[in-house]
Design a protein around this ligand. Sequence first.
Ligand code: IPM
Ligand code: MG
Length: 371
Amino acid sequence: MAQYKIAWLPGDGVGNEVMEAAKIVLDALKFDAEYIHGDIGWEFWCNEGDPLPQRTIEVLHNTDCALFGAITSKPKEEAAKELIPELQDKGYVYFSPIVRLRQEFNLHTNLRPCKAYPGNPLNYKEGIDLVIFRENTEGMYGGVEFHPIPQHVFDALCTHPKMKKFGEKGLENLALSTRIMSRQGCENIVRQAFEYAKKHNRKSVTVVDKPNVIRETGGLMIRTAREVAKDYPDIPLWETNIDAQCMWLVKNPLDYDVLVAENMFGDILSDLAAQLVGGLGFACAGNIGDNYAVFEPTHGSAPKYYGQYKVNPIAMLLTTRLMLDWLNEFDMANRLENAIATVIAEGKVRTYDMGGSNTTLEMAEAVASKL
Ligand code: IPM
Ligand code: MG
């Protein structure tokens, strides 16, 4: 029997191509695993009304962790139009399957390292080495939303003096998305950030929010961060606002190290940070819970490139490295990262985004040849 069982979720579009690339390096590493395919993505939404069918959830329950390619995602009205005729107007509502996986498996921590590998022509500055911890199940992604606002919800909110004025516009004209955060959620993500900083000798942890305006949720985040920081007296905690932090990341990216934020702000920060080190072709992520994890590059399914084996698989390969790390296969994880770094530094094999013309699989073969 193989040592590991890995749920294999290619998803849509180029997700399939970058997963092929991942398989090339995993085989070169002689990673001992059984890969169990799971259906996920647009095709299953259109034909079954569910982009994450129950049978896929079962696959996840029966594996150690999942490797995920990419999915196509659309706003709910557009998604509804693409259902097969038999499923039209039957009440199916599209929800992003990756957001659902995060919620249903309580994958509370989204780990997003962004490192400028020397020699990458897309680096904004050499030496950037950021690690983002994004809370992954709460905040604006909690899914508690209304449009229009039901009367009873409105009435309950009217105990707040600032709510009344919105009533004058008519409830049918109002939309409400909530940002609900728990002390446990804040504490967990900040602690993960500090633990990481301690283990990897990082110089600081920066908590990013907007407590001067979003006083209650932002305030909870900052106060909780200060509490947690007391357990790590050697690591300074910096506090910044999301807007200023975006500016400073562009201005002085080398000043920052580990960054921690709630869900939505973490989403924004991680795209900005990814672009500083080469963009989507380099952005890897791990959605990590207590007993399960789903590893995914943060890029989408890139329909316009699908079928061309053109996209850069490095994001997927770095994601694979995060998986190996999580499985405590540190030696394989390090070898893979070094191989990727070597191929980037040599500059002989480059995909189109890096100014070259090599294919997805040529890049994977180049990395595999260094293992
Ligand atoms: C990400 C993506 C997702 C998110 C989308 C695809 C739902 O942007 O992983 O950062 O917003 O979390
Ligand atoms: Mg995002």
